[in-house]
Write a protein that binds this ligand. Structure first.
Ligand code: C2E
Ligand code: MG
Ligand code: MG
Length: 767
């Protein structure tokens, strides 16, 4: 959204920049043009001033000559030359080509061109030339030529009394101003035409070279052209007199006239022109032409530059915005992705990718809310715990355990519906949330998890699952999950590989369990625990070579509690380590007493999985033997097959250590723990106690019992049958070659006194 806005802003920026660029360029162009014009105007003014000064000097000099000749018309050529030089003309005035004096002659003369009888003749009389100009001067002052026959100009100036001027081009290509001033007797100008005609004595003709005059005005100013123009110049009209001599013809060719003289050149292209009027003996116009500045000074170039700079800036800003927008978008996208990943990590289990505890809590809350809204109570949470998962982990290692968890997760997922949720709380605990049909799903989960898992370990791994189901409304998610957990405990207690639905009584049971746990912690100190002993009978001799010590708890309010009801609790809380040590000591003490009394019987003591994990077990055993003084051979430790199979290698190591101290070892509840022959061979045990469940079915000729007995015998172990209740069972066991047995058929677990009576009564009976 924000990226889009930024992109739009970038385009808007560009849209604003373009008109700004164009306007600025246009204004800039105008400004530069104005500046150029001003500069040119200033330049033209200075040139104009120079030309004006030169023209005025030209006039002044002509005026001075006229005044001189007006007062001294008889002046000789030499005098005229002296005057010219005494004025310092060559040094002070640029461009003076020379002066000539044309005399107005009123009488007939010989050798006049053209010949003829006229009232007056206009004949060149005096002449003075500037440096290098004598030839040019001589071109227009051909002696004897009646100039008034050539043009009316002289006559007109005489009548008007005013100067006349025009431009001629000399045969050398020089543009020359010819200023003609009438000369009257006395030097002044008479007031009337008649007086002027009467008093006229001649004309001064000043010849000025336009080149140096204009050149000095434009000196050091390149690219400028100046022209000087005589306004309303009476372009003299020349008539070529017939029969005129060569000199005359030369003159007529020379006198092709113009009114303008030019200096300087202006390059092609745009030009600027300024015209300045100069008032002297008449009106002159100076025209100054300059080229519009080119290159960087050209307004168009500058405007283009400004336009380019603005557009570049605009484009840069545009691209910057785009880059920023997209860069920011990229960054935001990355942040989004990372946040998503983190959120996912925070709410999901890293191993299976399933929702974790936090997310499951949330989903449970949602489910309860949804149920409340739709007035339904058919919402359930299931706690699933794998039975014997720790064994898989310990036996095959954690990678296999992890793999198993993933496969389990997939199998569970496959039996769920789209709307159901599965999560993992940690370890081997999964949670499933379903809206309706929880029991069916639980059955299916139990079913699919019973199937063996092929995890590439060589042998397929078998595990089972216990499931606790809690259904219906609860105040909060945690309540529903707690109830599912309680139901799970029930399922485990009821033998695992099954599901249990939460009932309110379970809550009480769970509560009681808590209470019981704290009571158990004090039971030892309060001396509420005691041992009973169950005889183990030798099938061959009928004697009682051994007895199993079994724990009892005399609870102050609940009465006698059997071990099945508190051993698991003691294991959970860890109290079993202390209780186990007490059992060992008490049993050893008792056995030592019997041995001392001359009736040595081997005492069997149960060791739980938790005790097996305790690094102090071997020391505890040594300690018990040492304190009681019992022969190690008279002590037999019973360890369940399941406890051994959790971590067979470690168990084997501890068993070797115990065996080394001389005590005997028996595998308890044999047949329930899936141990393989390979492992059995590793364990340095002396006896196998075949689990009661096999004995109870042995009279129906279950082939399994035969296999188990056979297995024990083939390994050279003593086989002991547990829970022998019937004669038929005893018979069958004897047939099969089972060595010993215990059970209600012989005796239940007995208190010390009762056992001692049993010893006395029954020993000979089996002799
Ligand atoms: P277990 O070691 O397999 O003990 C045999 C159990 O079978 C005893 O139950 C015994 O009373 C019972 N039993 C014996 N003959 C018969 C019979 O003919 N029929 C039937 N139905 N049952 C018979 P108990 O004493 O309730 O002990 C249960 C389990 O508690 C024991 O199984 C043992 O695993 C555990 N246990 C007992 N005492 C201790 C102890 O001091 N420490 C530890 N760690 N576990 C103990
Ligand atoms: Mg036992
Ligand atoms: Mg047993």
């Amino acid at each position: 959204m924000r990226t889009k806005a930024r992109t739009w802003t970038a385009w808007l920026l560009l849209a604003v920049f373009i008109p700004i660029a164009v306007t600025t360029a246009w204004l800039w162009r105008g400004q530069v043009k104005r500046q150029n014009d001003q500069a040119f105007t200033a330049q033209a003014a200075s040139i104009g001033a120079s030309v004006t000064t030169a023209v005025r000097r030209m006039d002044d000099l002509t005026l001075a000559a006229r005044t001189l000749l007006g007062s001294r018309p008889e002046m000789t050529d030499a005098e005229f030359n002296r005057w010219y030089h005494s004025m310092g003309v060559d040094q002070r005035f640029a461009g003076v080509a020379g002066f000539s004096y044309v005399e107005l002659v009123r009488e007939q003369r010989e050798g006049v061109y053209p010949a003829g009888d006229r009232p007056y003749y206009c004949l060149p009389k005096l002449g003075v030339a500037g440096p290098g100009m004598s030839e040019t001067l001589s071109e227009i002052t051909v002696p004897g030529l009646d100039l008034c026959q050539l043009t009316k100009l002289l006559g007109e100036t005489r009548d008007s009394g005013e100067f006349s001027a025009f431009v001629v081009t000399s045969s050398h290509g020089h543009e020359m101003f010819e200023v003609i001033a009438p000369v009257y007797d006395g030097g002044g100008v008479p007031g009337s035409v008649d007086a002027r005609r009467a008093d006229a004595t001649g004309w001064i003709i000043g010849l000025f070279d336009a080149e140096p005059i204009l050149a000095s005005a434009v000196s050091r100013q390149g690219g400028v052209a100046v022209s000087l123009e005589r306004e309303h110049a009476a372009v003299p009209e020349y008539r070529v007199p017939t029969g005129a001599g060569a000199a005359f013809r030369t003159l007529s060719e020379t006198m092709h006239t113009a009114s303008v003289a030019r200096v300087g050149s202006v390059p092609r292209g745009d030009r600027m022109t300024q015209r300045i009027s100069v008032e002297a003996d008449g009106r002159w116009t100076v025209s100054i032409t300059g080229a519009e500045p080119t290159g960087i000074g050209d307004p168009e170039v500058q405007a283009t530059l400004v336009l380019v700079i603005w557009l570049t800036l605009g484009l840069l800003a545009f691209f910057l915005m785009q880059v920023l927008a997209h860069g920011r978008a990229r960054a935001l996208k990355m942040v989004d992705e990372k946040t998503g990943q983190l959120r996912h990590q925070a709410l999901h289990d890293a191993l299976t990718g399933l929702p974790n505890r936090a997310l499951i809590m949330d989903r449970t809350e949602q489910m309860l809310l949804h149920a409340r809204r739709h007035a339904t109570t058919d919402v359930s949470a299931m706690f699933i715990d794998l039975d014997g998962f720790k064994g898989v982990n310990d036996t095959f290692g954690h990678p296999v355990g992890d793999e198993l968890l993933c496969v389990v997760a997939n199998r569970i997922k496959n039996v769920l519906r789209e709307t159901d949720t599965i999560g993992r709380l940690g370890g081997d605990e999964f949670v499933v949330l379903v809206e309706g049909g929880a029991v069916k799903i639980a059955e299916r989960i139990v079913g699919v998890l019973q199937e063996p898992f092929d995890l590439g370990t060589g042998t397929p791994v078998t595990i089972t699952a216990s499931i606790g189901i809690a259904t219906g409304h609860r105040e909060a998610a945690k309540d529903l999950l707690r109830d599912a957990d309680i139901a799970l405990y029930e399922a485990k207690g009821a033998g695992r590989n099954r599901y249990a639905e939460f009932r309110h009584e379970m809550h009480i049971a769970a509560h009681e369990r808590l209470e019981l746990g704290s009571d158990l912690r004090c039971a030892l100190a309060r001396e509420e625990l005691f041992l009973v002993y169950q005889p183990i009978i030798d099938f061959e001799t009928g004697e009682m070579p051994a007895a199993e010590a079994l724990l009892r708890w005399q609870h102050p309010t609940r009465g006698l509690i059997p071990p099945m009801e508190f051993i698991a609790l003691a294991e959970e809380t860890g109290v079993i380590v202390d209780i186990g040590a007490w059992v060992l000591e008490t049993a050893c003490e008792q056995a030592a007493q019997w041995a001392e009394a001359g009736r040595p019987i081997r005492i069997s003591v149960n060791v739980s999985a938790r005790q097996l994990d305790d690094p102090g077990l071997v020391t505890t055993v040594h300690h018990a033997l040492h304190r009681s003084g019992l022969e190690p051979d008279l002590l037999s430790l019973e360890i369940t097959e399941t406890a051994l199979m959790r971590d067979a290698e470690a168990a084997a190591a501890i068993l070797r250590e115990l065996r080394a101290s001389g005590v005997r070892l028996a595998i308890d509840d044999f047949g329930t723990g899936y141990s393989s022959l390979a492992y059995l061979q590793q364990f340095p045990v002396n006896a196998l106690k075949i689990d009661r469940t096999f004995i109870s079915t042995c009279d129906t000729h279950d082939p399994l019992i035969a296999t188990l007995v056979q297995l024990g015998r083939s390994l050279g172990l003593v086989t002991i049958a547990e829970g022998v209740e019937e004669e038929s069972q005893l018979e069958r066991l004897r047939e099969l070659g089972c060595d010993r047995g215990q059970g209600y058929l012989f005796a239940p677990p007995l208190e010390v006194a009762a056992l001692e009576r049993f010893m006395a009564e029954h020993t000979p009976a089996f002799a």
